[in-house]
Design a protein around this ligand. Structure first.
Ligand code: RTP
Ligand code: MG
Length: 140
């Protein structure tokens, strides 16, 4: 399988509860490597543009408000099949549906406050990495 890069966000519910290290450890244990990392406070405009695909969904306003409620940790993860692997380690969107041992099963509070984001395709990964990081910030 090819070496890929994917965008991960440790969401406000997790940064607020000081779970950043525990979440990064799950990715590292799965063979993913952190090749870029920064902690930022998103603006509503940035969060809205990032999640633009969900603009018409009923939870969009709530999602943007949540994503700007505390700082987030933005990371680029690299590894074999990193896009799918990241999503496997995160687990299903709704923690009630997430498999044992996944980030969302262990840490998520609800379907909305679900601790982590991961790009869902190669195209999304390319767009999302470029949205938050410049080439100079990516150190393989
Ligand atoms: P993400 O994009 O954050 O990695 O999550 P995902 O692919 O598993 O889920 P997606 O369908 O893309 O939804 C994006 C985020 O919106 C929030 N959400 N809330 N209240 C709700 O019914 C609901 N549904 C989705 C979650 O934070 C979800 O991760
Ligand atoms: Mg998604």
């Amino acid at each position: 399988m090819a070496i890929e890069r994917t965008l991960s966000i440790i969401k406000p519910d997790a940064t607020k509860r000081n779970l950043t290290g525990k979440i990064v450890a799950k990715f590292e244990e799965a063979g993913l490597r952190v090749v870029a990392s920064k902690r930022v406070q998103l603006t509503a405009a940035q969060a809205g543009e990032f999640y633009a695909e969900h603009k018409e969904r009923p939870f969009f306003g709530e999602l943007v408000a949540f994503m700007i409620s505390e700082p987030v940790v933005l990371q680029v993860l690299e590894g074999e099949g990193a896009i799918a692997k990241n999503r496997e380690v995160m687990g299903a969107t709704d923690p009630a549906q997430a498999a044992e041992g996944t980030i969302r099963k262990e840490f998520a509070l609800s379907k909305g406050e679900n601790s982590a984001h991961g790009s869902d395709s190669e195209a999304a990964a390319a767009r999302e990495i470029a949205f938050f990081f410049s080439g100079l910030e990516l150190v393989g």
